[in-house]
Design a protein around this ligand. Structure first.
Ligand SMILES: Cc1cc2nc3c(=O)[nH]c(=O)nc-3n(C[C@H](O)[C@H](O)[C@H](O)COP(=O)(O)OP(=O)(O)OC[C@H]3O[C@@H](n4cnc5c(N)ncnc54)[C@H](O)[C@@H]3O)c2cc1C
Length: 528
């Protein structure tokens, strides 16, 4: 289908990781794809995660072995496809007698039956056994195995209270979640998909073999048609079923809010802490954006997708108290420089607590004798690529001769270099653009990978990059983000395409916003 033709093979509702991942996969199989996102790409849950490609160690206590295995297997596949925005990370898990299971996990129930004298304690041998499984379930080749640390003599023990003497250290990976979304959208577009941010799907109805879809953006409303519809609306998946499609569905979502706080940097190494609480929950403390520490997350029932996801004072204080049981130098609310919150759109499997609700995904196709719609419930950033493959598998009966899975091993834009190649890429960039400081070059490589040099163009000096918006954000970079990555407002750049919001002050952000609005207006006028 040519661009502009209003009939798509597949129309995707939602520009989070699942919508963009599916759009990329479908476009790469030759389908004509449209995607509408009512806000900015990744403006909802997919920019508010803990940002880990992880198996999910704690899900083993729920015996979610299928999910953990799939996620573990995915880590290295994903690392290779995007070595700029994701990297291996070591996790330090201190062990102590005080640590308890959450009472409702299948593992804690089993242990309290066979070993009642444990009284809900999460014993070190069980954690070690879990980590053994974690090391071996997912066919690890790049990531190093688990080892035991003596916290009394290692740098990882220095920021911790003296009562923590031993820890296990294991592997998972970091990922820049909102960049992952935008790079999937870019690759989908490069393969022919039409990506429409700031466009809401206001209604969709079946007209025999097609879906008639009403879109709304700043310019008004317009209709498009599609042979299949994909509901990847995340927390709004139920609203889309009920209010947009007016369909019947027995499936339910459970909305669980998770918040994070960011503090000044709390420790001087690059490893992450995995803290266990007395209430059975866990908390990560992760080195973040060089000068900060990211702490999270909470698990709070969230009433509906429309209510804003915000970190409450109670959540903030809970996280502060949690990490203070571990830290030698306690932190307070004064140390918090930023917080964010997101809503997990979990599949409602009837679990008792928010923490226990399954993190696995469920796909439901409904066709009712006409054009099909596929609803996506749940999922994790880590399994987005596998979820997209499963979605295509579910839709394959409706598309004769649909080619097979292809995304494993195919790099995202800027990711065509080896997993351990960031240093070499950064040095080469500094050699060719000597005005870049090491931090600046490092940031550009982590954001744009091999495309960083294309973004810098023929610049020989800092001034050649145009206006300086502060914290190494140049006009050339802003133009790149507006022209290639659909950024429109300062917020899109400072909190999603980058995290420079941590370094820019209010006036700098306002100046950037004014520049972006004026630039977009100029472009619009020129195009008319
Ligand atoms: C606190 C927290 C921590 C997490 N940590 C991790 C982690 O470390 N690792 C991991 O693997 N996973 C993690 N997850 C899970 C992961 O973030 C989510 O599963 C994933 O982001 C969901 O993506 P999505 O595309 O389904 O939803 P979303 O990202 O919410 O995208 C749905 C999009 O649909 C759009 N939309 C809705 N209705 C319409 C409409 N009518 N028209 C147009 N657009 C519409 C919305 O604006 C939204 O952008 C975490 C989740 C949370 C909340």
């Amino acid at each position: 289908m040519a661009r502009g033709d209003p009939t798509f093979d597949l129309f995707v509702i939602g520009g989070g990781i699942n919508g963009c991942g599916i759009a990329r996969d479908a476009a790469g199989r030759g389908l004509s794809v449209g995607l509408a996102e009512m806000g900015d790409l990744a403006s909802a849950t997919s920019s508010a995660s803990t940002k880990l490609f992880h198996g999910g160690l704690r899900y083993l206590e729920y015996f979610e072995v299928r999910l953990v295995r799939e996620a573990l297997e995915e880590r290295e596949t994903l690392l290779k496809a995007m070595p700029h925005i994701s990297w291996p990370m070591r996790f330090v898990l201190p062990v102590h007698r005080d640590m308890r299971f959450e009472g409702s996990t299948p593992m804690s129930k089993l242990l309290s039956t066979v070993m009642p004298w444990m009284k809900g304690r999460r014993p070190a041998w069980l954690i070690r056994a879990g980590l053994f499984l974690y090391d071996h379930l997912g066919g690890r080749k790049i990531l190093p195995a688990t080892k035991t640390l003596d916290l009394r003599s290692s740098p990882e023990g220095a920021p911790l209270d003296d009562r923590f003497e031993t820890a296990f250290e294991y592997s998972d990976c970091w990922v820049e979640d909102s960049r992952l979304v935008v790079l999937n959208a870019r690759d989908a577009e490069a393969r022919g998909a039409e990506i429409l941010p700031r466009t809401k799907v206001v209604s969709a109805e079946r007209t025999d073999a097609l879906w008639r879809i009403m879109l709304e953006d700043d310019a008004g409303r317009r209709e498009v048609f599609a042979r299949a519809l994909l509901n990847a609306a995340g927390p709004w998946v139920g609203d889309v079923i009920r209010d947009t499609i007016h369909a019947e569905s027995r499936e339910k979502t459970r909305l669980v809010r998770g918040s994070h706080i960011v503090t000044r940097r709390l420790f001087d190494h690059e490893k992450c802490y995995f803290f266990q609480g007395r209430d059975g929950r866990i908390m990560f403390a992760i080195p973040y954006e060089r000068d900060f520490t990211l702490i999270g997350t909470t698990d709070q029932e969230h009433t509906n997708a429309e209510s804003p996801a915000e970190c409450t004072e109670a959540e903030r204080d809970y996280m502060i108290d949690f990490v203070n049981t571990y830290l030698k130098e306690p932190i307070s609310a004064e140390d918090v420089v930023w917080s964010y919150s997101g809503v997990r759109p979990l599949y409602d499997n009837g679990a008792s607590s928010a923490s226990a609700a399954t993190r696995d995904y469920t796909l439901k196709v409904e066709a009712e004798g006409g054009a099909p719609v596929l609803h996506v419930f749940g999922g994790k950033i880590t399994t987005y690529r596998r979820l997209a493959e499963s979605a295509m598998q579910e839709l394959s009966p409706y598309f004769d001769g649909l080619p097979g899975a292809w995304t494993a091993g195919v790099a995202l834009p800027g990711g065509q270099f080896p997993v351990d190649g960031v240093e070499a890429l950064t040095s080469a960039l500094r050699r060719d653009f000597p005005f870049l400081t090491p931090e600046w070059a490092g940031r550009l490589v982590r954001a744009y990978g091999t495309e960083a040099r294309e973004m810098l163009g023929a610049a020989a000096t800092k001034e050649d990059l145009g206006r300086d918006f502060g914290a190494t954000l140049s006009e050339a970079e802003v133009a790149w983000l507006m022209d290639r990555e659909w950024a429109r407002r300062a917020e899109d750049i400072v909190w999603r395409r980058t995290k420079l919001g941590l370094r820019l002050d209010k006036d700098q952000v306002a100046a950037l916003d004014a520049f972006m609005v004026a630039r977009a207006d100029e472009r619009k006028l020129a195009a008319e």
